[in-house]
Write a protein that binds this ligand. Structure first.
Ligand SMILES: Nc1ncnc2c1ncn2[C@@H]1O[C@H](COP(=O)(O)OP(=O)(O)OP(=O)(O)O)[C@@H](O)[C@H]1O
Ligand SMILES: [Mg+2]
Length: 263
């Protein structure tokens, strides 16, 4: 299907502070005629709400291990609190946004990623119909990283699965052939062993940083996501969402952060 160029923006939970300018930038870019798709995270808030409910949090390779209880909390926090906050803020500033999750319109169809991670989905198929409808209607789709358990689901298992927001964003970007994937996070970009920002990395160099352990935790799925999309000719970068107007500057061609390019 023919689409105008789309930019996929992943907003990290940590980049959603109270004096954040990301929402302003989204509205500004939309008013300039850019087509945006937003995917949000919410890791820190999920951890807080799990704590309130006395549920422990465990990560394996930067991904949250999800049992039935944590799936319920993740769903409530992501598709409820976080999604509605972002959507309300965009619409309140005069933008046009609609919140959906990967379950809506059967957008993200998954199987289990790895038994060790519990109810975490690996996206097998993306149905972009609803996204296209929203984009054509001039809306910014704001997507919560959940999916439907569509393949090899045992009886009695939940219908919904939790998905890492970074991987989710890269799968959506790949499925719609996005021109660009931008991760907004709480660090200046990918840093080397001594904490210095690496402003340009080839896909291979970025993968080496994961293999050597210099990039760890929440940076791993971002790097995997960037590597995935640069292979299908999208541009990919990781920028500091705490910097005022980081998103707008990146799209206007004078952003900081780390850009990953095809080897
Ligand atoms: N080499 C590295 N350079 C920079 N950051 C790194 C590196 N290795 C690991 N990190 C970690 O990655 C973190 C960013 O990922 P994290 O998952 O915490 O945030 P996010 O993905 O933006 O938010 P959310 O998970 O809520 O969507 C940084 O805060 C940092 O601690
Ligand atoms: Mg993360």
């Amino acid at each position: 299907m023919e689409r105008d160029p789309v930019i996929v923006v992943k907003i990290g939970g940590v980049a959603l502070g109270s004096n954040d300018t990301t929402v302003e930038d989204i509205v500004h870019l939309q008013q300039q005629g850019k087509q945006l798709v937003v995917v949000h995270g919410g890791g820190k808030l999920i951890t807080e709400w799990l704590k309130i409910h006395g549920i422990a949090t465990r990560f394996v390779g930067g991904q949250r291990v999800t049992d039935r209880d944590s799936l319920a909390v993740a769903t409530a926090v992501l598709a409820g609190l976080v999604s509605k906050e972002i959507v309300a803020a965009i619409n309140q500033l005069g933008g046009r946004a609609t919140g959906i999750s990967g379950a809506d319109g059967a957008l993200a169809q998954c199987r289990i990623e790895d038994e060790k991670l519990g109810y975490v989905g690996k996206i097998v198929r993306v149905n972009t119909e609803l996204l296209d409808t929203l984009l054509r209607a001039g809306q910014v789709p704001v997507i919560s990283p959940l999916g439907i358990y569509a393949f090899d689901r045992p009886d009695g298992a939940p219908s919904l699965l939790n998905i890492n927001g970074d991987i989710f964003a890269s799968e959506i970007a790949a499925a719609i052939g996005a021109e660009k994937l931008i991760f907004l996070t709480d660090v200046p970009g990918i840093c080397d062993r001594s904490g210095e920002l690496l402003s340009r990395l080839s896909a291979g160099e970025a993968e080496e940083l994961v293999a050597s352990g210099i990039a760890s935790g929440g940076m791993i799925p971002k790097i995997r996501g960037c590597v995935r999309v640069v292979k299908i000719a999208s541009a990919a970068c990781i920028i500091d969402g705490r910097q005022p107007h980081a998103l707008r500057q990146q799209i206007e061609g004078h952003g900081g952060g780390t850009t990953i390019y095809m080897d």
